[in-house]
Write a protein that binds this ligand. Structure first.
Ligand code: AMP
Length: 438
């Protein structure tokens, strides 16, 4: 269609650009992700950002928010119904089966990092395209791995320098214990349904366990007195959970029990957990009070039925995912310093045609030697180039003017102290490397 008017464009609602000035935080999270994955034996996996939409419908659960209203579903030209991935675990399970990972030594430990997509009402810390880091352990039901996943999650946060985190854990049992619990829960809610929100009325019909997920103020007192799942676990689930808590104690992981946590997705079994940032802030008008708030950084749990749901043999597994935007938000709020690798180590300053020619060649030599170099070849004034070097936070400046070019010298300037010395051009790469190391 021909455009008649000049148009301006913006990022789609709920998405954002990650600009160069922000990249240092993203780099830091990726670096810690790499470290933790390597030290705990997780192999990185990248799956497509879109999958067959049925994969999510079959696993995440038809009555969950994700499936009911948050998925970006589209038909491809070949008429396949695809969905942008709303979460990472279903793809991992699909890949485990598709690639025959059952034949590898178990458990298989995988980690991923990348964008997810959910059609949500955007607000602070909630986007339509966001990024998650995830860790999954597939092929072992031992409770030690539930504790290890929680531990890895906390190590990840600790390496980023995050403080004031709290882990809440619960067990939602298996199919067997959940069936009898569901009956008990409905028996409790039935005479109280008048007092609950419209969503809870729907939940009671479609997915009663999610009554415990409700955040509506008016449902809270009813929810607080509801029977708890953890008191109704079968022997196997009870013993499993007891051991998870014992391993957490052994690892000195601080946690609190939250008998009402169910997490949103249908594929969870047994252990579920969430990690929150506990925040205290002032609220109110003239009479300000300290209010505590909780921000979910991430969460996870065991999903012993998922691999069977996607066509594999029954295979136990446990995993967790955390939100990168939220983690970065907390890093900034807590004033965590992140080194900026985009800062140049050396800035080249040239004056005159001959100086510029020497600098063009020197630029290549310095960057071939692994140094991070910046220049401003379009400028000729010494002072304006030094100002730019300063603005970019360069450690050293190398200056070549007409005289230096003829003499075969370079002026090496320490940008912090302003001290300068002349170095023969053939020795400059070696000299500058030694200085920067100091
Ligand atoms: P979930 O898979 O819903 O448990 O999400 C795990 C973590 O991903 C959450 O604790 C958040 O940190 C992050 N997250 C989930 N949804 C969003 C979103 N729409 N925008 C930003 N972060 C999100």
């Amino acid at each position: 269609m021909a455009r008649t008017k000049k148009q301006s464009f913006q990022t789609p609602k709920g998405t954002f650009d990650i600009l160069p000035s922000e990249q240092k935080y993203w780099e830091k999270v990726r670096e810690v992700f790499k470290n933790v994955s390597m030290h705990y034996g997780f192999g990185r996996i990248d799956t497509p950002i879109f999958e067959d939409a049925d994969l999510y419908e079959a696993t995440v659960g038809e009555t969950t928010d994700i499936i009911e209203r948050q998925m970006y579903v589209f038909k491809s030209k070949g008429k396949d119904t695809l969905a942008l991935r709303p979460e990472g675990t279903a793809s991992i399970a699909r890949s485990y089966v598709e690639n025959g990972m059952i034949n590898l030594s178990q458990p298989v430990k995988l980690s991923y990092i990348g964008p997810m997509f959910r059609y949500e009402q955007p607000q602070s810390g909630r986007y339509r395209q966001f990024h998650q880091v995830g860790f999954e352990i597939l092929g072992d039901q031992d409770p030690v791995y539930d504790a290890q996943i929680i531990n890895v999650f906390l190590k990840f946060c600790a390496q980023l320098g995050l403080k004031n985190l709290n882990v809440e854990v619960n067990s939602i049992g298996c199919k067997q214990c959940r069936a009898s619990y569901r009956t008990q829960l409905l028996r409790y809610y039935k005479p109280r349904l008048r007092g609950v929100c419209a969503d809870c009325k729907k939940r009671a019909k479609l997915n009663p366990l999610r009554l415990l997920d409700c955040k509506e103020e008016k449902c809270q007192p009813i929810k607080a007195n509801a029977p708890s799942l953890v008191d109704n676990l079968c022997k196997e689930c009870h013993d499993h959970f007891k051991l998870v808590l014992e391993f957490l104690d052994e690892l000195a992981v601080p946690y609190s029990l939250n008998p009402h946590m169910v997490r949103g997705l249908d594929y969870y079994t047994k252990t579920v957990f969430e990690v929150f940032l506990e925040d205290e802030h002032l609220e109110g008008g003239s009479e300000k009070t300290h209010k505590k708030s909780k921000l979910a950084i991430g969460g996870g749990g065991r999903f012993d039925d998922l691999i069977k749901m996607v066509g594999g043999k029954s295979t136990p597994a446990v995993g967790a995912a955390l939100g990168m935007e939220r983690v970065i938000g907390v890093m900034k709020k807590q004033g965590i310093k992140v080194s900026d690798h985009s800062k140049p180590q050396v800035f080249l300053v040239q004056v005159g045609d001959l100086g510029k020619k020497k600098c063009v060649k020197l630029f290549d030599e310095l960057s071939d030697a692994g140094l991070h170099v910046l220049e401003s070849f379009g400028r000729n004034s010494l002072s304006s180039q030094l100002r730019i070097a300063d603005k970019f936070g360069a450690k050293m400046a190398l200056i070549i003017g007409q005289k230096e070019a003829i003499d075969g010298d370079v002026i090496m300037r320490d940008m912090e102290s302003g001290a300068q010395e002349n170095i023969p051009i053939e020795k400059i790469v070696k000299t500058i490397k030694e200085r920067i190391k100091k």
